[in-house]
Design a protein around this ligand. Structure first.
Ligand code: NAP
Length: 256
């Protein structure tokens, strides 16, 4: 198991879903964790409690990642509370199903702005604001939670795909720019994962909208779990991955 003792991770959207699993996994591996949430305050507090039960420090911070001023205020508080941050996981996001899967021509300006803000401009702002601080540590990591949609470019996924492709461009560029400062930047790209977003997506797709019915159709006989994504993130920020940057790990059971 990776030893992250002495490191502090900021995980966005960590009150539930994949972010929750990442926060808990990094804490299990030894990190203290700043738990960002937008609206799920009770869930975020539960994650903080679970991390504290693991013997690690945790606190939760409300901020909409699409709001730069809110992000700046959050970063200031996190650094004041923990003294440092050396892991940023840009996990918070809104799926295509979150806006009803419009086609490119159907999508409204508001829908485009909403997804761009949460999935791309928010992570871009957080990176720009936090990287000068991350450079101070001997080793820092940024992990972007992208999606296979950044490559599959499916119909009615277009706005989402654009944001995730942009997020990956950000990661690849930043990895090259920040290598000399010890900052590793990598991408984890899930396929369908069993979370609220995943459930919402399959309810809008052809085929069963019950995850257990989807298990048999899935690689290895089950729908990918948030913990499977968290394991890939834990590896990337671990000492074992110290020579890995600018990489993309697809966690999709090998595809369909
Ligand atoms: P989820 O169950 O819908 O949870 C979304 C999380 O993101 C929540 O914690 C939510 O916080 C947070 N969030 C959304 N917009 C936010 C904003 N503007 N500011 C701050 N937090 C915000 O989604 P998930 O499945 O865990 O997805 C996590 C990441 O994995 C996303 O980037 C998603 O695109 C990616 N992904 C998911 C799947 C899948 O099938 N589930 C597949 C590929 C990629 P609150 O609850 O506090 O509002």
């Amino acid at each position: 198991m990776a030893n992250l003792e002495g490191r502090v991770a900021l995980v966005t959207g960590a009150g539930r879903g994949i972010g929750r699993a990442i926060a808990l996994r990094l804490a299990r591996d030894g990190a203290d964790v700043a738990v960002n949430y937008r609206g799920s305050e009770d869930a975020a507090r539960e994650v903080v409690g679970a991390i504290e039960n693991l013997g690690r420090r945790a606190a939760c911070y409300q901020a909409d990642v699409g709001d730069p001023a809110g992000c700046d205020a959050m970063l200031e508080r996190v650094i004041a509370d923990f003294g440092q941050v050396s892991i940023l996981v840009n996990n918070a996001g809104i799926g295509s199903s979150g806006i009803g899967r419009p086609s490119i021509t159907e999508a409204t300006d508001e829908q485009v702005q909403l997804l761009l803000g949460a999935n791309l401009l928010g992570p871009l702002h957080l990176c720009r604001a936090l990287v000068p601080h991350l450079r101070q540590a001997e080793r820092s990591d940024i992990v972007m939670i992208s999606s296979i949609a950044a490559q599959t470019m499916g119909p009615r996924m277009g706005v989402y795909s654009i944001t995730k492709a942009g997020l990956e461009a950000l990661a690849h560029t930043l990895a090259k720019e920040e290598r000399e400062h010890g900052v590793r930047v990598n991408i984890v790209a899930p396929g369908l994962v069993e979370t609220d977003m995943g459930r919402n997506l399959i309810s809008q797709l052809p085929g069963p909208d019950d995850m257990r019915e989807r298990d048999a159709m899935s690689p290895f006989g089950y729908v990918c779990q948030p913990e499977d994504i968290a394991a890939a993130v834990a590896f990337l920020v671990s000492e074992d991955a110290r020579y890995i940057t600018n990489e993309r790990i697809t966690v999709n059971g090998g595809g369909f």
